[in-house]
Design a protein around this ligand. Sequence first.
Ligand SMILES: [Zn+2]
Ligand SMILES: [Zn+2]
Length: 257
Amino acid sequence: MIIIPCLSDNYSYLARCPRTGATLLVDPSEAGPVLAAIDAHGGRLDAVLCTHHHPDHVGGLDALRERFSGLRVYAHHEDTARIDGVTHALGHDDGFTVGAMSLRALHVPAHTSGALSYVLDETAVFTGDTLFSAGCGRLFEGTAAMMNRALNEVLGALADTVLVYPGHEYAEKNLRFASMVEPESDAIRERQERVAALRAKSAPAVPSTMGEERATNPFLRVARPSVQRYARERADDIAAEDPSSVLAVVRAARDRF
Ligand SMILES: [Zn+2]
Ligand SMILES: [Zn+2]
């Protein structure tokens, strides 16, 4: 996986099929770094996978469509009106291939209504602004219940070993928040140390794994007594056994963090 830092803290990702050379790009944030990465890795591009329509995720798309004729552009069918040049509109659990790489789209509306995550060969997942390292996206076009379903049922069905490639480098701040929610957690403390070492040399703190997220990400831990306790201390009228209510309180606290 080629990780391409873009803008201030975005990541685009380039994956090249080892068998056929076919190449896909996830979230063309901006043209410059993305085109440079493509040129450095074979100069070929077959498909663009859009996780959602926000400009920091599709800002480089026009330049790619100009350069590569016949480029396939994938997005959720709700986003065809707000992303220019979509050629393949997807629904939940639609599959497709790029060379010998197999992809599966998961519809995870919450950050935006057309948000998709893409599972690559059942070993990696591109999560855009839905699941971040130790965090989740803001609720712009959905509810806490929708984010809970996205994180803990849809993405929650992925195996612990699946690598997580999110749309932003938010690990440090998210882990600072996570350590406030669960101050007793050794897993969070250890992950903070690993992330700090990577960021000290300006290396990406991605990917993580689904297992690591389940151990350290408060939004994947809304059914845990420790996170429920944190939520109840902030809103004593919530039903602490309801994961969506807990997620709403934790998300609101993260918004103010
Ligand atoms: Zn976004
Ligand atoms: Zn974003």
